[in-house]
Design a protein around this ligand. Structure first.
Ligand code: UD1
Length: 364
């Protein structure tokens, strides 16, 4: 059920200068809300010092009926209790996106992930409670489910055994049944599935959700965690270690090189367009759920990484993708979930198809 809003909300968007954040701000502003963006413009993400992000926020404000009030940018860190408390004092809802994303480079990143994501969330929640905020919406991720939902022909639904280096080197990419070692079939994960984080980033996302849940119980306010599938779209991070596969393939094509598809290209993902993600956050901001509620957010259509490479190569006029058989030991084979709960409860559905989305995949 959808809950239409009747008034304009004042929304604090942490991480609002980022790839997803600017799209959330844009959608909120288009719906008549005003935003305060808190962003640290971290140099490993904003390699130009934040110039492009500032320009984007400026454009969003200029398009709104109240350009001087639509977007206010505060440069600062979500872990700074004083700053966040001050900003929370002037808003109705907090949308928390400020986080270190990606799957992590190596174990040297572990403390920065925990600090950025979990200390950041705890600080924002404390400030929001102090300010009497009654609604908190945050970005979580499909990685909270780990390997996801798998079925064996003989043994039914089973937790997949880890993909060993030996198996992968033999080109056996689908995770095996823990009982008979036969390949498993991937299914759609629902929000009822157990959380099973398998890397540092995933652990911090689970902790973020649990912190929001505790906050909601203790304050009586409502919290929403949106578990995002693979987000892509214009201006997605490109030349950083945290770039997603769509940006990696598009950059290769723009250099005249073939996209290099790992494994056999059969890895299943749900690629969801960033403008749809902006709308999902806006809908969650306006909704009136209670307690802590988590929602999977995807396009609802499963594609393989090979499909994505083909679609991008077609849209950019080649070259054809190359399937390399290479693998990354930390990669999950398939990540596919059902996004029906958010459709049923908040009335949100994705609208951009992969074909249309890749056609318009541009970078600054
Ligand atoms: C992505 C996000 C993660 C998010 C998750 C949600 C990034 C970097 N990671 O993880 O933050 O929480 O979705 O579902 O955005 N691949 C190739 N060729 C390449 C690079 C990658 O074939 O050059 C393959 C990988 O082996 C993998 C797939 O593409 O199977 C996706 O990789 P990636 O874009 O890094 O994302 P996820 O691991 O799905």
């Amino acid at each position: 059920m959808r809950h239409p809003v009747t008034k304009s909300l004042r929304v604090l968007v942490t991480g609002g200068a980022g790839f997803i954040g600017t799209n959330v701000v844009s959608e909120l502003v288009a719906r008549g809300h005003t935003t305060t963006v808190l962003d640290s413009l971290r140099p490993d993400v904003h390699t130009d010092g934040g110039e492009a992000a500032r320009a984007r926020l400026h454009e969003i404000a200029a398009r709104s009926p109240a350009p001087d009030r639509a977007v206010n940018l505060a440069v600062g860190d979500a872990r700074d209790l004083g700053v966040v408390t001050r900003l929370c004092g002037d808003v109705d809802v907090v949308v928390h996106l400020a986080a270190k994303v990606g799957l992590g480079l190596d174990i040297d990143d572990i403390d920065d992930y925990v600090s950025s994501n979990d200390l950041g969330t705890a600080t924002v929640l404390r400030a929001a409670a102090r300010a009497g905020i009654t609604r908190f919406v945050q970005a979580s991720s499909m990685v909270v489910y780990g390997e996801g939902h798998y079925t064996c022909d003989d043994h039914g639904v089973v937790p997949p055994a880890p993909r060993t280096r030996d198996w992968l080197e033999q080109g056996r990419f689908d995770p095996p049944c823990p009982v008979c070692a036969e390949p498993l079939t991937a299914g759609l994960v629902s929000e009822h599935a157990l959380l099973d984080p398998r890397n540092t980033y995933a652990v911090t996302k689970v902790a973020q959700e649990q912190l929001a849940s505790v906050w909601s119980r203790e304050t009586g306010a409502s919290a929403v965690s949106l578990r995002l599938h693979n987000v892509y779209g214009p201006n997605m991070p490109k030349n950083t270690p945290y770039a997603g596969v769509a940006a990696i393939f598009a950059s290769a094509l723009d250099r005249g090189e073939a996209p290099r598809v790992f494994e056999d290209g059969g890895q299943r993902r749900d690629f969801v367009h960033v403008t749809d993600i902006g709308a999902a956050f806006a809908v969650a901001t306006e909704a009136d759920t209670s307690g802590h509620r988590a929602f999977n957010v995807g396009s609802g259509v499963v594609h393989t990484v090979g499909d994505l490479a083909q679609a991008l190569s077609g849209a950019r006029g080649g070259p054809e993708p190359v399937v390399t058989g290479q693998f990354r030991l930390g990669d999950v084979r398939h990540v596919t979930a059902s996004s029906e709960r958010i459709a049923d409860e908040l009335g949100w559905r994705a609208t951009v198809s992969l074909e249309d989305g890749v056609r318009a995949l541009t970078f600054d």
